[in-house]
Design a binder for this molecule. Structure first.
Ligand SMILES: *Cc1c(COP(=O)(O)O)cnc(C)c1O
Length: 455
């Protein structure tokens, strides 16, 4: 459908790009999409076609694609001081202000911040921090990391090992010592007759059994997304984090909340751990941190971990880790503005105002005989396609049902993401009523077309 003449943007993209996380048969069949600009929640391609981006880019463009305040903050900082690191005892004033702000808005009463360029690097760094910490405290065997199947923590070798997706086997990953618990998805993983509370208890018991069989003195830490994002917007079963955290506390295992998606308002609360009422030992932030206007990740260390890590670093006079662009002044200036916009210019309020309408639409579409489950929280949701609703039987894999739905949506000017057999929606926080209705109208039309063909 896109222009495939030799000099088209699409042909040039195909010839010059080695695509990541891209379904290559779909690109071969349909061509790639080359975008030029955005406006509010919309993006535009080289042919001037307009798409409502129901995925906020990749969860992150929460203030939309043309926020003048964010662009201005970047321009001002580029003029003032366009780049610096935060190592060797030097950092920009913007970096100091952002660290103070992050501690202030975090759920922690005090703490410290460390910067990276991405969410993957932040998780990778957090694992190194735990290894460093336990080693310094004489617990050199505490090396193993526990996460969940279907979790997404990124793509560097360590973050990919934490990620619980089967595709990582093509890299010979996970590395040794990365352990994955059952995905906390009640609808799919709950057993016949098992209540949600019993499911939670079973998962907490599984964690305790894993700790016992691996040896409590071999576990470095536990990482979890409050809501699994790239796993398909999976919200935890009732009481999950309370039950899991009781086990972790019993064995003194640090708990890290990966809030790369849930941080800064996506659930309607500022932090996902607040939405689910638990207090982690550290928080991983990225994506929304800069509203997608700059690549940046941050680790927010709570009081206990920041004290213990500081002691460990003091003992050898250094924490020997850091990135060239850690705490980049332009990224920090943008993040400060982004936090201000989210908290003080009504973005998080809009998430809470728009959520009821979002869930009315989601629950309406869930009545479709080929939608097995509508799940999520705030402005993040997924609709799970099923061949048979009663038995929860998925469509045959070779139908690539969610790709078919997403491609049909694209034809109608709506970008949404297929994940497994689910369709994910996570629109920008600036969405208004008319845009919300447009999003669901286009999705419903596409669902009906595809189900009429395959179901
Ligand atoms: C996107 C994501 C990451 C990885 O962030 P990158 O910036 O892509 O490296 C890590 N954790 C979660 C929960 C994410 O959604």
């Amino acid at each position: 459908m896109n222009d495939d003449t030799p000099n088209s943007w699409e042909a040039r993209a195909d010839a010059s790009s080695f695509y990541g996380f891209t379904d290559l048969p779909t690109v071969n069949e349909r061509g790639s999409t080359v975008l030029t600009h955005g406006k509010g929640p919309y993006v535009f391609d080289v042919h001037g076609r307009q798409y409502l981006d129901a995925n906020s880019g990749l969860w992150n463009m929460v203030a939309g694609f043309d926020h003048s305040g964010l662009a201005q903050a970047a321009k001002d900082q580029f003029d003032r001081f366009p780049g610096y690191h935060s190592l060797f005892g030097r950092q920009s004033d913007q970096t100091v202000m952002l660290s103070e702000k992050l501690v202030e808005v975090s759920p922690f009463e005090r703490g410290k911040v460390f910067y990276t360029n991405s969410g993957s690097e932040a998780n990778d760094t957090m694992v190194k921090m735990l290894w460093f910490l336990h080693g310094a405290e004489g617990n050199t065997t505490k090396r193993k990391i526990i996460t969940r199947k279907n979790a997404y923590h990124g793509v560097t070798a360590v973050a990919a090992s934490m990620t619980g997706k089967p595709y990582n086997s093509v890299f010979g990953l996970p590395l040794d010592g990365f352990l994955h618990l059952t995905c906390p998805h009640y609808w799919r993983e709950g057993r016949d007759g098992e209540t949600e509370a019993e499911f939670t208890q079973r998962l907490a018991q599984e964690l305790e059994d894993m700790i016992a069989s691996e040896g409590p003195d071999t576990i470095a830490g536990f990482f979890a997304e409050p809501v699994l994002g790239a796993g398909g917007v999976i919200t935890p079963p009732v009481g999950y984090f309370q039950a899991i955290q009781a086990v972790l506390k019993k064995y003194g295992i640090p708990m890290i909340s990966d809030e790369v998606i849930t941080g800064f308002g996506r659930t309607g609360s500022l932090w996902g751990c607040q939405a689910y009422d638990f207090m982690p030992d550290a928080i991983i932030s990225s994506k929304n941190l800069t509203a997608g206007y700059f690549p940046m990740g941050a680790i927010l260390l709570g009081p206990a971990l920041s004290d213990r890590l500081q002691d460990a670093a003091d003992a050898i006079e250094e924490f020997p880790h850091g990135f060239t662009a850690s705490g980049h002044p332009v990224g920090c200036a943008i993040a400060l503005k982004s936090i201000d916009i989210i908290m003080n210019e009504g973005l998080i309020e809009n998430v809470n105002e728009m959520s009821p309408r979002f869930w009315d639409h989601m629950n309406r579409l869930a009545q479709n005989p080929n939608i097995g489950e509508a799940r999520g929280i705030g402005l993040m949701g997924a609709l799970e396609a099923v061949q048979d609703k009663a038995t929860k039987t998925p469509f045959a894999g070779d139908l690539s049902i969610s790709e078919a739905i997403a491609n049909t949506c694209t034809d109608h000017g709506l970008i949404c993401r297929p994940l497994g057999q689910a369709i994910v929606l996570c629109p920008p926080f600036i969405l208004n009523n008319a845009q919300m209705d447009e999003m669901f109208d286009k999705l419903e039309t596409s669902l009906n077309k595809v189900f009429a063909k395959f179901a």
